[in-house]
Design a protein around this ligand. Structure first.
Ligand SMILES: C[S@@+](CC[C@H](N)C(=O)[O-])C[C@H]1O[C@@H](n2cnc3c(N)ncnc32)[C@H](O)[C@@H]1O
Length: 252
């Protein structure tokens, strides 16, 4: 079952229109995140040389798609903002970069709606790009990764964990304690209310829904420039692998 309704998306999160107006301002604020650059290097070192990498919510294409393309990978990016897709295409021109403008849930719908989704990738990356999705939407999206990743392929996730945002309160958590809703967060001049997994929740998302084995998990602080009018972040990083034999695939 994949078709999760779009109206289940949380309220008061950055929308497509928001990212259309931000464009390069986003890159100015977040494009030099040292923790993210280090994570992309670690991730790249695990990938099969020259493979295709799926970048979900690719943003401006910098630093992630651009860094991967510079290491010889072919990047397939998806983003619902025309502005962001245009910037990504400029950052990583074809044939090394191919970028589609689509909502992640539409793109992820099973064939024939999106034949591209049936293809295999050596890597999948999602960095700060799930905040517009509700819990069941993230779970449905990541459950497709087991089909998209080739055996031995790796995934990189960078997100903020619920417990790392100072405004998260006990009453915001789901009964299983792995997800919290309505967390106040200042993002590029806007007051947002985020839906976030906990660190254990992000890990379970990859292992239980994605059928992957988490190989590395760590956190890094990111302090945005003062003029960006954003809260600071503790970024949670996870690198997971699709194991050829054995592993946690039985969990789903
Ligand atoms: C916070 S930015 C991160 C960009 C990039 N991954 C990075 O790390 O620099 C989130 C990006 O995901 C895109 N995005 C958010 N929700 C999306 C959705 N449901 N479908 C497609 N793109 C989405 C936004 O347009 C934006 O470019």
């Amino acid at each position: 079952m994949f078709n999760v309704p779009h109206h289940a998306a949380p309220p008061n999160v950055p929308t497509k229109d928001f990212f259309d107006t931000k464009g390069l301002d986003y890159e100015t604020t977040y494009g030099h995140n040292a923790g993210l650059l280090k994570a992309v290097d670690k991730f790249a070192a695990r990938l099969r040389p020259g493979c295709r990498v799926l970048d979900l919510g690719c943003g401006t294409g910098r630093p992630v798609a651009h860094t991967l393309a510079a290491r010889g990978f072919r990047v397939h990016g998806v983003d619902f903002s025309e502005t962001m897709v245009g910037l990504s295409r400029a950052a990583v021109p074809s044939p090394n970069g191919v970028f589609e403008c689509a909502h992640l849930l539409d793109w992820a719908s099973p064939p024939p709606a999106s034949p591209e989704a049936a293809q295999q990738f050596g890597g999948i990356v999602a960095t700060s790009s799930f905040y517009e999705l509700a819990r069941e939407q993230m779970e449905a999206l990541v459950s497709r990764w087991r089909d998209w990743l080739e055996p031995g392929g790796s995934a990189l996730l960078m997100m903020v964990a619920a417990e790392d945002v100072p405004g998260t309160r006990d009453e915001m958590y789901d009964p299983d304690g792995r997800f919290a809703r309505g967390i106040p967060f200042r993002f590029m001049g806007d007051d947002c209310f985020l839906y976030l997994f906990t660190r254990a929740g992000w890990r379970a998302l990859l292992e239980v829904k994605g059928g992957l084995v988490v190989r590395e998990q760590w956190v890094e602080a990111f302090v945005p420039p003062r003029e960006a009018d954003c809260d600071g972040e503790t970024n949670s990083f996870l690198i997971a692998e699709k194991v050829v034999d054995g592993g946690l695939n039985y969990l789903s």
